[in-house]
Structures are given as structure tokens and as C-alpha cells.
Design a protein around this ligand. Structure first.
Ligand SMILES: *Cc1c(COP(=O)(O)O)cnc(C)c1O
Length: 374
């Protein structure tokens, strides 16, 4: 039995100020398993070759389980070749979450400010507080990061700015000209972290702005992940590219063996299967367009969606049909989606683009809820 002591170790107050990240649900209130459209996973799964690599990551050395390559060298080389980057300017992480946290920790601390847009990724607030920095949430405009508002909020204490592009949970994006303007007008000693977890969902001609800035300037870090379009979220593999001194700082504080052997092998193989990536992007944009059209057709019931460049749609409910009612109806039909009242979105649901047949069911459920024949 634990005795109640008069003195005990107390976590730092800034740690107790953190609200733990709430993962997307995969079951209903009654515990029944639901199709998960709540975590922005790839409905096509992952590259079959990558899954094969994962099943037998050590090949002839199967059975032996030494530490993984601490530098993820082969994976960094493959990423560098695919994207035309310098492998020395790449660091890999236990998911991009690790890298986002490390970026805040390496460049901000007590008394410093870490800035991000309202209605953005919940991890940024946690990353700021974890290192004792002050999280500064800046108003967005039409669910989109507002470059002028971000710039106006910069103070002498600002050390890191997080920009998710495309953004989660809204799906909106800043075009290259706006990302470049934000960078150009930020002080040179502020680190701009461009979180491109959904970067591969953009048309290829819009995918390079972050890499271009990260290659050219000392204050830009771009993060990417194998969790979204590559469909390897279970393996926890992310990566980042930036200037040598930024990568060096991350390497000093990351876990020394932070990507497993299986994860490195699977990711390396997945990089080699760009056909799977293209097929996933094509599936997503076709289904997202159909879904957005179906929501637009329910506009007279107060349903709208925020224009999305990612693998999900933020659907807003501003008529008789509430987000809660839609959440329950979709659960009844077998689907878990994301309700984010704690992120200031009580009247919206974030719905991941799933398989075609699942999207048809989701649309039919929403139409029935609105009293439209489906
Ligand atoms: C999903 C997501 C991540 C990726 O997290 P991992 O740790 O790589 O799985 C990062 N940023 C945003 C905005 C995301 O939505």
C-alpha cells in the first residue's frame, strides 16, 4: 500500500499544465470496434514490399536482435536521393512527434515563447510546455494560418514557430508564396518548423517549398513522417531536414537508438515504392472531392466543409443537425471520427478519407441524419 507522505516529489508546474494528447478513437461507447476514420491513417494500408521488409527486418540475421543503426544511415541516404537533399542535413525520429518535441526543447526554454496557429496540431502546445516555454496561440483566419497575425505576435522572446502545412485538424494550407513570406519576415534567430506530415498529399509542384527553405536558410526545419501517406504509423518513423547546426542539436538530444531496425527497413523499402504513394494520393484526392461535394449538397442543413489539402475533411455542423448527433450516428453505422471540442471546434468533426465503400456509408449516414433519402 502506498503511504500518504507529507512530502513527495512534485512534477514541475509546467508539466502539470499539460493536457495529455488524446488519440483518435477506434471503438464506440459500448466498446464495439469501429472503422477508424479518426487518426488520418492511410485506408490503403502500406506498401506490400514495406510490410514484407517489416516481417523479416534482419534478413539472414533473423533471431539476433542487436541495437538498430543509431544513425538510420540507409534510410537517410534514400530520403536524400528521393527528395534531392543532403543526407547530412537529415535526422530521423521516433515519429515526427519526437522531432517536434526536440526542436522546441533544443531552441526554447523557460521564459521563451513558442508560437503556433489556433486550430492546429495539439502536439505544439505540449512541445512548448514540456520545456518550460510559453505556448503562444495566434488567431487563424478561415481555419487557415494567418501570416500577418503570426508575424504581429512575434516578440523578443519568440524562439520557435510551428506551422503545419497542410494543417491538422483543418486541412487548410499556405501556398508556397505565403510560406516564403512568413519565413522572409521572421527574425533570423527564430526557428521556423514546417510540419509537413501531410506534405505528400499536395500536388508534387507544391511539395518543395519547405525543402527549398530548409536547404537555403539556417532557421528552417521541415518535418515529415511515415505515419500518414506511407501508412507505417505503428512503426513510429519520422524525419526532419534543416541546416547542419539545427540537425546537430537534434542529434545531441534524440534517443540514441530512436528508430527500430524494422522501422528503418520498412521505411527504406517504402521510399522505394513511390507507386504506392502516388496511388494513395490519387485515391485520396478523388474520394475527398466526392465527399466534399456530398457535404456541399447538405448545405441547406447547415453542413459545410473546410477546403482540405490533406487526407481528411473538417465538416462543420451549424444547423439542426449537431456535430454530436453526427458523431453518434456515424458510430452507430460503425465509424469512429474525431470530435475536437477541446481544440475549439465543438461544432465540427474531422473525418479521415477512407476506402470508397466506407466513404459511401459515411455519406449515406449523414444524408439519412439530415432527413434526405440516401
Ligand atoms: C499525424 C501528424 C504528425 C505525425 O506524427 P508521427 O509522430 O510522425 O506519427 C505530425 N504532425 C501533424 C500535423 C500530424 O497530423
Amino acid at each position: 500500500m502506498t503511504k500518504t507522505a507529507t512530502r513527495r516529489p512534485e512534477p514541475k508546474p509546467y508539466i502539470m499544465g499539460i493536457h495529455a494528447y488524446v488519440p483518435g478513437k477506434s471503438s464506440g461507447r459500448d466498446g464495439r470496434a469501429l472503422v477508424k476514420l479518426s487518426a488520418n491513417e492511410n485506408p490503403l494500408g502500406s506498401s506490400p514490399a514495406a510490410l514484407e521488409a517489416l516481417a523479416n527486418p534482419r534478413g539472414a540475421e533473423a533471431g539476433a536482435a542487436p541495437y538498430p543503426d543509431p544513425d538510420s544511415k540507409d534510410l537517410r541516404m534514400a530520403l536524400a536521393e528521393l527528395h534531392g537533399l543532403d543526407p547530412a542535413r537529415i535526422a530521423c525520429g521516433t515519429g515526427s512527434d519526437e522531432l517536434l518535441n526536440l526542436a522546441a526543447q533544443a531552441f526554447a526554454g523557460a521564459g521563451d515563447e513558442v508560437m503556433f496557429s489556433r486550430h492546429s496540431f495539439a502536439v505544439y502546445d505540449i512541445a512548448a510546455r514540456r520545456c518550460g516555454a510559453v505556448p503562444v496561440e495566434v488567431n487563424d483566419t478561415n481555419f487557415t494560418a494567418d501570416v500577418d497575425a503570426l508575424l504581429a505576435a512575434v516578440t523578443e522572446s519568440t524562439r520557435v514557430v510551428f506551422l503545419a502545412n497542410p494543417n491538422n485538424p483543418t486541412g487548410t494550407w499556405l501556398p508556397p508564396s505565403e510560406v516564403e513570406r512568413l519565413h522572409a519576415l521572421l527574425p533570423e534567430d527564430v526557428l521556423l518548423v514546417i510540419d509537413e506530415a501531410y506534405g505528400e498529399y499536395l500536388a508534387p509542384e507544391f511539395q518543395r517549398v519547405g525543402f527549398g527553405l530548409a536547404a537555403q536558410y539556417e532557421n528552417v526545419l521541415v518535418t515529415r513522417t511515415f505515419s500518414k501517406i506511407y501508412g507505417l504509423a505503428a512503426e513510429r518513423i519520422g524525419w526532419a531536414t534543416g541546416a547542419p547546426h539545427v540537425i546537430d542539436a537534434l542529434n545531441r538530444i534524440r534517443g540514441p537508438f530512436n528508430v527500430t531496425t524494422g522501422g528503418q527497413k520498412a521505411a527504406l523499402t517504402a521510399v522505394g515504392d513511390q507507386d504506392f504513394v502516388r496511388a494513395s494520393r490519387d485515391h485520396n484526392s478523388a474520394e475527398r472531392t466526392k465527399f466534399a461535394d456530398a457535404i456541399a449538397a447538405l448545405g441547406n442543413h447547415g453542413l459545410t466543409c473546410v477546403p482540405s489539402e490533406a487526407n481528411f475533411l473538417l465538416v462543420r455542423f451549424e444547423g439542426d443537425v449537431t456535430a454530436e448527433a453526427a458523431l453518434d450516428a456515424l458510430a452507430g453505422a460503425g465509424y469512429a471520427v474525431r470530435h475536437l471540442p477541446a481544440q475549439g471546434l465543438p461544432d465540427a468533426l474531422r473525418i479521415t478519407i477512407g476506402k470508397s465503400e466506407d466513404m459511401e456509408q459515411v455519406i449515406a449516414t449523414l444524408r439519412t441524419l439530415c432527413g434526405e433519402a440516401s
